[in-house]
Design a protein around this ligand. Structure first.
Ligand SMILES: [Zn+2]
Length: 214
């Protein structure tokens, strides 16, 4: 299916407002925000509910240092029931805040599953100056997994309002409220090891649009 490209309004470039960092910038004197991650929901406050809970720097949002706070499973709910899942937080926040909250959830989930060394089983702790969990016994450092994703857009014609794009239809299930909607998009997906970008692009076009790229 070939559709004429519509004129779209661009969302603001979030890099202007949010920068992911591994450590709070030296000398940071601005305010802090704490994303309490309760399960996979978030409760954001300017105070930490408990200083003893694990914490991780997320980034800087509009001059504020954002921290992720890992709320233990057996702790009393610091949000008193007001924590939101990320889907609900979208629309109640700026785009930069939403991205930072999403990173907080991912960081906490990653740290929860790397509390012990994969080599010797000893406890780990955050590795100074980098995003890693370091074994206290053998020194092995575990880093977050990188899952490269890619998207490929096939176009026809010169750039401009008359340029056409090849889109595929699909169904998107948001996982809440039993909502399934049909969407149009360019082909995309996660890349796999030992597959180059060209090869992966051709595979995406073939699977989404049934076109063979030669
Ligand atoms: Zn170890």
């Amino acid at each position: 299916m070939v559709l004429r490209m519509a004129t779209m309004s661009l969302r603001p470039n979030t890099s202007d407002f949010y920068s992911p960092v591994n450590d709070e910038p030296a000398g940071h004197a601005g305010p802090r925000r704490y994303v309490h991650v309760i399960g996979s929901t978030v409760f954001i406050d300017d105070q930490v509910a408990d200083d003893g809970w694990p914490r991780h720097v997320v980034g800087v949002v509009n001059g504020e240092a954002w921290w992720a706070i890992d709320v233990p499973q057996d702790a009393d709910d610091p949000s008193y029931g007001s924590a939101l899942d990320l889907f609900s937080y979208f629309g109640r926040s700026s785009e930069a805040e939403w991205i930072a909250a999403g990173r907080a959830v991912q960081l906490v989930e990653w740290a929860r599953t790397h509390r012990f060394c994969g080599r010797c089983g000893s406890p780990t702790e955050p590795s100074a100056g980098e995003r890693g969990m370091k074994c206290l016994t053998c020194g092995l450092v575990a880093y977050p997994r990188v899952a490269p994703a890619m998207i490929t857009l096939v176009t026809r014609g010169d750039p401009g309002p008359d340029q056409e794009a090849l889109l595929a239809t699909g169904e998107c299930d948001f996982g809440v409220h039993n909502v399934t909607v049909s969407v149009l998009s360019a082909g995309g997906g996660f890349s796999v090891r030992l597959m180059g970008p060209d090869e992966r692009s051709a595979g995406q076009i073939l699977s989404h649009a049934q076109l063979l790229v030669k």
